[in-house]
Design a binder for this molecule. Structure first.
Ligand code: ZN
Length: 1066
């Protein structure tokens, strides 16, 4: 195995100057995911086979184009074989391995391991190889050998806001936090609930109009009813649409004098819910209707919407198979939130690139007319489904991949070979190139190259090219992990330091002992402490850097050491740190200086910097002030002005972040705090360097340690790339407008990504600069040049070619709801720091209204103005828009840091996680057992309306980030006993731990939680919510469909949208 890089690192002689590949080469080349990779070389010089070959898993879709090609080297195994090191742990059971490329008959059914669904579980125990995450262990989550015993009830209950001694300082370390059986509930948050009053307004309460929508108040007519006669009875909730692309409509029925409170507002009895007690809830509609009536305006007449019939997400229970092209045309991909498997038949998988519209308008005017936006969500290293065919690796040898000589686009299935294959026309810029002599092939009768089906780059939407020297300004960098830990008094006392040390110690055990894996560690309070980890030393030597204004790094060569050389020392050190600083009375934190000092140590290599921070940075470079206090008046000034606290305090950290990015240092920050941290300022560093912020607030050592560990472990073990550069190209006629995400950009065309991983998404917007011919295609190509953690330089290329159209209804038919909504959300996130919130809410609402209006105007065939007509593909757009308007980011009442975190979180959030973030899943768990035998672990979801939250029930709500368990005040004591081990709500401890008891209900609930964690790739934070206290209010703030003091109910919002459309039509 000819590793492209000498295994010894660090390599002396690396000049610090410019390590950014961009600056020394033309910026337009680009491109292991460490998983599912196969090698495939085109026939050619046999010398450059850099990787060993081995078996690979059979593709889920048979007829592998490679099965008949004798000239190809056998594909390599699903990635580990490519790497110079193997990761600990057995191969994932889900991957059957074949000794040779499969030649069997086509498999029409999902591959064997399909049942495991999304290949994802945050690392719990032994990590599978990168990207191949096994299903979570049944039952308890054993995190470390020490965790496997019976789970002790925590003996010390610590208030979340307490600064008292941590559980860890009491001798539970070493060994780390006790990871609870299936999850931990956190004590109810101490923050006041976001909603000032009950989510359901009493009938007499005055209703605030939808923010930023004046027409709402004025000309609203008499009470109206939107009745859905068209499909109410026959279609119901399960399948509201008969035709795949039909229109959905609600007729505004004229019913003068109809009662405002329809009895039909009673919650529907679906999802196995018992009928609610008759005296229980007010229907959500009446208050606003009454208000509208009082306003005395009139438009059409009374109308009503039946809440039972409004569009809501219906999760699909079966796995969808999607071929990226069929009949030589791109199809509309399945919903990003659904479970699907992709066969790459020319276009890349929608996991990697999704477009807001799956047909491209021929002109900019047509796009404008549709009111839709043209944008791509690019997630270049996204995790594939475990049963999907692995990405092919193509090695062109020394010449490198074939590219267009004008636009530098990479060879792809849509480049057209002409002149007997001697020349090819670029599908991006239209330029005609000579085919390189050694790449020449004759054309078949169909005009395609005869070898097209054998060459992945000519028949696959995604390939990975082995990068040649040309794509390197230096040898590929080693994988450096540098940890810096806050040991100031507060961090010590809250148990944050101990939790961080324990998490690092356990997570590091899972790093590969490759000569390329290097680690370093530092601690800081008002000074910075490095540790010499060289083996020769008896004990790690502490090296103190007292100057936090003009930072330096001691002994540069010994603070970052090969992991293999220092594992023991490191473990020992991590065990010692909590005791070493036990009595630390230093309250200051030199956060910026510590990052700077670590950066100086990493400068020659670049790498990953992981910061554990617990208090507001108060001294040294980049110190911040507790400006939240002064900002409170700003809060009370309302939302009319921009909140300065949502912007970075100054440019110091930004400047530092750009320098970090330049030297390929990617920073992640784990915020374990109980106070204001100025996330708006701090988050600039991860956002600029391709990292991310993790936020544990209010930090509780008891509740959050398990999540901290799991987050860290996933962070360092997930598929990722280093020193990356990404560029997206598009066909002539379109022009790239903007990139949005976590990166550093120095030239307009490219983004620099010191770190990029499978979870990160970048949004790219486009505009027209020319017209397309009807029937032509418009292509998008994303090229990501990156270094794998094993030191391979690769270019991953995704190509997506879509049909162009002059017909507006085609645009609506091929509209992608999830992507469009993700676009809304990211735009909102980008605006929050600079635009008043009410304005953003108005903009977002208008975006939604404009799209629906365009559809109504240009596509709907029904002429009656009394109908609200939604395009089938976008029928959930109003619901999601409403949910966004009510989200943490756009609500006025939240904490500043919560909003800043939200902004930073959504910046790189992937499409499949966007929807649950604003429209979480809710399910009843008190009746899990009584459910009929259903194959899915996750029970049916319930609409997010308090109508459905009964007092005698127990409900679970999850957003991909958090998981709330709500217990009604009249919950059955038997059920409480089964789930919580106590017979009454009051006896459930505030710091409750979800345990698994020996009964069916408890087992099922634990399975549900585990399954959600697996699906979300996230160890969700579990919190207990009780009716009648702040935690219950927090829970109800997620009832998006409810009327709130600051926002409309879902039904009202539909009425609002409808009226706005009518006004525009008039
Ligand atoms: Zn070109």
């Amino acid at each position: 195995m000819a590793s492209p890089v000498p295994p010894r690192v660090p390599r002396p002689g690396y000049g610090p100057p410019n390590l950014n590949p961009n600056l020394q080469r033309t910026p337009d080349y680009l491109s292991d995911n460490m998983q599912n990779l196969q090698i495939n070389r085109p026939p050619g010089p046999p010398s450059a086979m850099p990787y060993s070959s081995g078996p690979r898993p059979p593709p889920p879709f048979a007829n592998s184009p490679f099965s008949s090609s004798s000239s190809l080297t056998p594909p390599m195994s699903s990635y580990p074989a490519a790497a110079p090191v193997s990761r600990p742990g057995p191969p994932p059971s889900g991957f059957p391995r074949a000794a040779a490329p499969p030649t069997g008959p086509p498999q029409s059914s999902p591959a064997p391991n399909l049942a495991s669904g999304r290949p994802s579980v945050p690392p719990f125990s032994q990590p599978p190889p990168f990207g191949l995450r096994a299903a979570p262990p049944q039952g308890p989550f054993p995190s470390a050998p020490s965790m496997t015993g019976p789970i002790p009830q925590p003996s010390i209950v610590q208030g979340a806001m307490s600064n008292g001694p941590s559980v860890f300082s009491q001798g539970t370390l070493p060994g780390g936090p006790r990871f609870p059986s299936a999850g931990i509930a956190q004590q109810p948050p101490v923050v006041p609930p976001p909603m000032a009053s009950s989510p359901r307004a009493p009938p007499g309460q005055s209703i605030r109009p939808f923010p930023g929508s004046p027409p709402y108040n004025a000309p609203l007519g008499a009470p109206s009813q939107l009745a859905p006669p068209s499909f109410a009875a026959s279609q119901g909730m399960q399948s509201p649409m008969a035709t795949p692309y039909g229109s959905q409509m609600w007729q505004m029925q004229s019913r003068p004098g109809a009662p405002l409170i329809p009895s039909s507002a009673q919650p529907p009895r679906m999802y196995g819910m018992p009928p609610p007690p008759t005296n229980q809830h007010l229907p959500p509609v009446p208050p606003i209707m009454g208000h509208m009536s009082a306003s005395g305006a009139s438009i059409t007449g009374p109308s009503k919407i039946d809440p039972n019939q409004i569009p809501r997400p219906i999760p699909s229970s079966s796995v969808i198979l999607f071929e990226t092209r069929q009949n030589n045309q791109a199809g509309t991909p399945p919903s990003a939130t659904s479970d699907f498997m992709v066969k790459d038949t020319g276009n890349c998988s929608p996991r990697y690139m999704r477009c807001t519209i799956n047909q491209i308008p021929c002109s900019g005017d047509l796009l404008t007319t549709s009111s839709m936006q043209l944008a791509l969500m690019v997630q270049p290293l996204a995790l594939p489904h475990p049963s999907e065919e692995p990405i092919q690796i193509v090695d062109f040898g020394e010449g490198g991949p074939v590219r267009c000589s004008r636009c530098k686009g990479y060879i792809n299935p849509f480049m057209k070979f002409i002149d007997q294959g001697r020349r090819f026309i670029c599908n991006l810029c239209g330029f005609t190139d000579e085919t390189p002599r050694d790449y020449h092939c004759n054309l078949g009768p169909d005009g395609r190259r005869r070898d097209a089906d054998e060459r992945p780059e000519l028949c696959r939407g995604t390939v990975e090219f082995v990068a040649t020297k040309e794509y390197m300004v230096r040898e590929p960098m080693p994988a450096v992990f540098f940890f810096i830990i806050d040991v100031s008094m507060n961090a010590m006392q809250t148990g944050a330091t101990a939790a961080a040390c324990s998490a690092i110690s356990q997570a590091i055990a899972d790093l590969p002992e490759s000569p390329r894996t290097m680690v370093g560690i530092a601690t800081f309070d008002s000074t910075i402490h490095f540790y010499n980890l060289k083996r020769a030393l008896q004990q790690p030597l502490m090296l103190i850097v007292p100057d936090i204004q003009d930072v330096y790094t001691p002994l540069e060569t010994d603070v970052i050491v090969q992991l293999a050389e220092c594992r023991q020392h490191l473990e020992q050190l991590l065990e010692t740190i909590p005791t070493m600083f036990q009595n630390n009375r230093v309250v200051d934190s030199a956060f910026g200086a510590a990052i700077k000092a670590a950066f100086l140590a990493m400068k020659s290599t670049g790498g990953r910097l992981l910061v554990f921070q617990s208090v507001l940075p108060s001294v040294g470079i980049g110190a911040l002030s507790a400006r939240e206090a002064e900002g409170r008046t700003n809060v009370s000034a309302g939302e009319k002005e921009v909140h300065k606290l949502l912007q970075p305090a100054d440019k110091t950290l930004k400047t530092m972040a750009i320098e970090l990015a330049e030297y390929q240092v990617c920073v992640d920050i784990f915020i374990t705090t109980q106070t204001y941290m100025d996330i708006a300022s701090i988050s600039v560093v991860p956002r600029t360097t391709g990292g991310q912020v993790y936020y544990y607030y209010p930090f509780s050592a008891l509740s959050d340690s398990a999540k901290l560990y799991n987050d860290l472990r996933w962070n360092i073990s997930r598929p990722q790339g280093l020193e990356a550069v990404m560029r997206v190209r598009c066909s002539q006629g379109l022009q790239l407008q903007e990139y949005s995400g976590n990166f550093c950009k120095r030239i307009p065309t490219d983004v620099d990504l010191p770190g990029i991983d499978c979870d990160k998404t970048i949004m790219v917007t486009f505009k027209h600069d020319d017209k397309f011919q009807e029937g032509s295609e418009c292509a998008f190509q994303c090229a990501l040049l990156y270094t794998t953690v094993y030191g391979q330089r690769r270019i991953r290329v995704h190509t997506l070619s879509l049909q162009c159209t002059t017909v507006i209804s085609n645009l609506f038919r091929s509209a992608d709801l999830d992507t469009q909504f993700t676009c809304f959300l990211k735009q909102a996130g980008n605006e929050i720091p600079t635009t008043p919130l009410y304005q953003i809410r108005e903009q977002i609402t208008n975006l939604c209204i404009n799209v629906l209006h365009s559809y109504r105007k240009f596509c709907a065939t029904v002429s009656s103005s009394g109908q609200l007509i939604l395009p089938e593909g976008l029928k959930l757009l109003p619901l999601y828009t409403l949910a966004l308007v009510k989200s943490i980011g756009l609500r006025t009442d939240g904490r500043i840091d919560d909003r800043s975190y939200w902004v930073s979180h959504v910046s790189s959030l992937s499409t499949p996680l966007v929807v649950p973030l604003v429209y979480p899943r809710m399910m009843a768990i008190h009746n899990l057992v009584s459910k009929e035998a259903d194959e899915s672990i996750i029970p049916p979801t319930i609409p997010l309306s308090s109508e459905y939250v009964t007092d005698d029930g127990i409900f679970l709500l999850e957003s991909g980030e958090d998981c709330f368990i709500y217990v009604g005040n009249m919950a059955n004591s038997d059920i409480l006993l089964q789930i919580f081990g106590v017979p009454s709500v009051d006896e459930i401890p505030t710091q409750f731990v979800l345990k698994q008891y020996d009964n069916e209900l408890s087992k099922k609930l634990n399975n549900v939680v585990n399954e959600i964690r697996r699906q979300r790739c996230s160890y969700l934070r579990l919190r207990l919510c009780k009716k009648g206290d702040p935690s219950g209010m927090l829970f109800f703030s997620y009832m998006i469909e409810d009327k709130t003091p600051g926002g409309l109910s879902y039904v009202e919002f539909l009425v609002h949208v409808h009226r706005q459309i009518q006004t525009k039509m008039a």
